[in-house]
Design a protein around this ligand. Structure first.
Ligand code: SOE
Length: 406
């Protein structure tokens, strides 16, 4: 695909890459910030430029476009697919729309960044992965938004595993804990509607720890045994919904929650390594606690996103009297991504993971390589989500995950 030349005197010195974001909620906002920030902190072969914002409701869309500094807006996503000036389609909408938009974008030769989980079903994900593979042969790149991979401490954890710090992996545990649905009067939202979100805590946040543990360990989940629960079956339809949470009116009309609030599952990784997983939006006091622990023959690595700049490492080969978890501040130039930002020890936040994601995608587009996680990798996560649901429906029986093919 060709890129357009920079139009004004203060424009970037590299060719520009025009980006359209579809969706202006929480994810649309953070992606807009990432696209704008990435070229300011990373040397990129092409310069992303926010071109158009797409959303369903005209008023809020115009407001969001102004707020995010995007000069064009449209309520028809098809407009940006048809627009020859757009090079990248960034999908920040609920899962029920991912497949249709991504397939149209790839067919039109647009690079695609698609929020997670890839889609709401294995079937849709398979179609998307197939289309992405075909498009890659034409130089069209795609990536799924498992953004936490780009947390410096987690990227460093993967590096340590690859370098053999923990030796042979013996056990894995991973939790993703939030509490924004703990109050029974938090109103209905699209994330509570199976037809829009696909599943609840399982796909919304459990998918992240599935992706992370496979990526860090280099092992694949082959079978699962899971249990899902909807703790609060109905929620107010009226009230003031906020991004995540809000207060509904207890006495007003209620709607049915059609997804899980809590997902627990065990997993068997390659070679029989066992993993314990927990995903919940009911864990009072846990705001965005992503905890990953890898226990190996020679040591352990532990992480909690609520302290995202830190990684705990335990070296079992150290002299007995000096063993203990060491807290590494993953803010140094030796750590992935960190050298692009602030001086030693100053630390990063949630939004930086998205900036890293965008920078990696833009570099891949400019250099003609395939970024990760690919749609094929995201399809594998989808198969695991489906296997957990199938296991839950079958008295938590151990259930195999489908083959990793497209
Ligand atoms: C809500 O649980 C949510 O916004 C997820 O959808 C995101 O993927 C996660 O990064 C933060 O929490």
């Amino acid at each position: 695909m060709s890129t357009t030349a920079a139009p004004s005197a203060d424009a970037p010195t590299t060719p520009t890459l025009n980006v359209a974001i579809i969706g202006y909620g929480f994810m649309g906002a953070i992606h807009a910030q990432a696209w704008r920030t990435a070229p300011r902190f990373f040397d990129l072969p092409v310069t992303p430029v926010l071109h158009t914002l797409v959303g369903r409701s005209e008023g809020p869309l115009a407001e969001a476009a102004t707020k995010y500094g995007i000069s064009n807006a449209t309520t028809r996503w098809q407009d940006v697919i048809e627009d020859p000036e757009i090079h990248v389609i960034d999908i920040c909408t609920p899962g029920d729309t991912h497949a249709e938009i991504a397939l149209a974008a790839l067919a039109a030769g647009k690079h695609v960044l698609c929020e997670k989980p890839l889609a709401n079903s294995v079937e849709e994900s398979e179609e998307m992965a197939r289309a992405a593979e075909e498009a890659a042969a034409r130089g069209v790149r795609s990536i799924c938004g498992y953004s936490y991979r780009r947390t410096p401490a987690l990227a460093y954890a993967r590096q340590l595993v690859q370098e053999g710090f923990v030796g042979e992996i013996r056990q894995i545990r991973a939790d993703y804990l939030q509490d924004w649905l703990s109050d029974a009067n938090t109103p209905m939202a699209w994330r509570l509607d199976k037809s829009k979100a696909g599943s609840g805590a399982l796909g919304d946040i459990g998918a992240h720890v599935i992706d992370l543990t496979q990526w860090i360990s280099g092992l694949e989940i082959e079978s699962v045994s899971g249990t899902l629960a909807t703790v609060i079956p109905t929620r107010p339809l009226t009230g003031s919904a906020q991004n995540l949470g809000g207060k509904g009116s207890a006495d007003g009309e209620h709607g049915t929650v059609t997804v899980d609030d809590v997902a627990l599952f065990s997993a068997r990784f390659t070679g029989g390594v066992l993993g314990a997983f927990e995903a919940t939006r009911m864990a009072q006091g846990r705001k965005n606690a992503i905890r990953v622990e890898i226990n190996g023959e020679k040591g352990s690595i532990a992480f909690d996103f609520e302290r995202m700049n830190e990684l705990e490492i335990y070296d079992a080969t150290a002299p007995a009297g000096r063993q203990g978890f060491t807290r590494v501040l993953a803010t140094e130039p030796e750590h992935p991504y960190a050298a692009h930002w602030w001086p030693t020890g100053h630390g990063l936040g949630y939004e930086h993971t998205f900036t890293h994601e965008v920078a990696d995608l833009v570099r891949a587009i400019g250099e003609g390589t395939d970024p990760s996680p690919s749609f094929a990798e995201a399809l594998q996560v989808q198969r695991i989500l489906a296997a957990v649901e199938a296991s839950d429906a079958d008295e938590s029986r151990w259930t195999p995950v489908g083959p990793h093919t497209t």
